[in-house]
Design a protein around this ligand. Structure first.
Ligand SMILES: [Zn+2]
Length: 413
């Protein structure tokens, strides 16, 4: 058998199947102590125990006993924007209240201003830099939301740039339209008019030009309430988009309940969700996407991922990369915090960062496990076993990252 790429002598760690894993299923991970993965035409053609026999490969990687996992999937990012907000951290350390920072022109609206005035080239360079970092840290597929344009022309521009970025580098990007990320300055006193703009002008254009797979809304006090969120998401569904919701991040808004009512693909954040809301999500099959680095960075409470899994929910992990509350590209950092702060087991963590994350962006059929027929996206971790990955923190444990059978990152040793 002739193949493009062969990874041998690996400790292969993977979930099984294309469906999201919920509750106790998240613990079920297949481990092949010593095995190999063969990739041809970008697709896994064989993953098995032992030594490959009668196999000829153009490229052979000897994993030397290291852990081999599916490529990591980051199902919640706000990558496409200009500028950064490090000065806000410095001000916060001096004791300046967040509201004063906001009133001085900081916060999310400062990123909106920076994004609106940035040229396409500058923004593409900035995001490419982030994507290169993500790839190095093992992320091979990511979702990217618009939401720093906040007018029709700018939101369409951002979604167009996500499509351009998809073809400029190896990570597969799934685009989400999030015109309802914040209320722009121009509509400060007329939120209802902005909701109408999102529903009646932006969404039809996004659908017509086929610019996004999902629509997401920031459902929170002082931003978009439950009725706004329902209206926008129902309009998106009519146009054929999948649904996501930023739910119950700060207050128990009923976001989890709304996600269940609408059977959204995922509900994300969920720090303040009630047991009732979570049980409704479970019954409706909504994936809970939890974002521990955001909680850490804002010194907020953490989502109750342990309870969610014990209740039988499907949990996925993501960076929430954004310039305000989670400026990190590293799913490995997320995985460490999932262990230390969310009390998830290493098996649950790898499930949440691969197959469940893939299902949260509608990609479970194609990626997220090491099985024949799935994309040849793998990470060889410089780790002797699965437990080591969330344990050894703050450095990059990737040894080799493989995207569709191609080596896209190799650590210098
Ligand atoms: Zn977010």
């Amino acid at each position: 058998m002739k193949v493009d790429t062969l990874v041998k002598n690996g400790r292969i760690v993977t979930s099984v199947g294309s469906a999201p894993k919920s509750g106790k299923q998240m613990q079920n991970v297949r481990i092949i102590e010593k095995g190999y993965v063969a990739i041809d035409g970008g697709i896994i053609v064989k993953a098995a125990e032992g030594e490959p026999t009668k196999m000829e490969a153009k490229t052979t990687i000897n994993a030397e006993g290291r852990v081999v996992t599916p490529g990591l999937v980051d199902p919640h990012t706000h990558l496409i924007h200009a500028g950064s907000r490090e000065d806000e951290l410095a001000l916060k350390l001096k004791g300046v209240p967040y509201l004063d920072i906001l009133n001085a022109g900081g916060g999310i609206l400062s990123t909106v201003t920076a994004t609106r005035t940035a040229g396409d080239g500058a923004m593409i360079s900035q995001v490419l830099k982030s994507l290169r970092r993500m790839l190095k840290y093992g992320t091979t597929t990511a979702e990217v939301k618009s939401g720093y344009g906040l007018n029709t022309q700018q939101e369409l521009r951002l979604l167009g740039l996500i499509h351009d970025l998809n073809s400029l580098q190896p990570i597969d990007l799934v685009a989400t339209f999030m015109g309802a990320h914040a209320i722009p300055e121009e509509y400060r006193n007329d939120k209802d008019a902005y909701v109408r703009l999102v529903k009646e002008e932006m969404l039809p254009r996004v659908a017509e030009e086929d610019l996004a797979r999902y629509c997401d809304v920031f459902c929170e006090e002082g931003v978009f309430d439950i009725d706004d969120t329902r209206d926008i998401l129902l309009a998106a569904r009519k146009l054929g988009l999948g649904l996501k919701i930023h739910a119950d991040e700060m207050n128990p808004m009923g976001g989890a309940e709304l996600a269940a009512e609408l059977k959204t693909t995922s509900a994300d954040h969920l720090l303040a969700s009630t047991d009732e809301g979570l049980m409704m999500m479970k019954r409706a099959g909504v994936i809970a996407v939890v974002l521990p680095v955001t909680s850490f960075n804002l010194e907020e409470r953490f989502a109750r991922a342990r309870d969610m899994i014990d209740m039988g929910l499907t949990v996925a992990l993501a960076t929430d990369y954004n310039p305000g509350s989670s400026p990190t590209e590293s799913m490995q950092l997320v995985m460490n915090m999932a262990a230390v702060k969310l009390k998830m087991t290493p098996e649950e963590i790898i499930t949440a960062a691969t197959i469940n994350a893939a299902c949260a962006i509608g990609m479970g059929e194609f990626i997220g496990t090491i099985e024949e027929g799935k994309a040849g996206d793998l990470v060889v971790f410089d780790a002797p076993n699965l437990n080591y990955i969330p344990y050894h923190l703050g450095v990059n444990l990737s040894n080799t990252v493989i995207k569709r059978g191609n080596i896209v990152y190799k650590a210098q040793e």
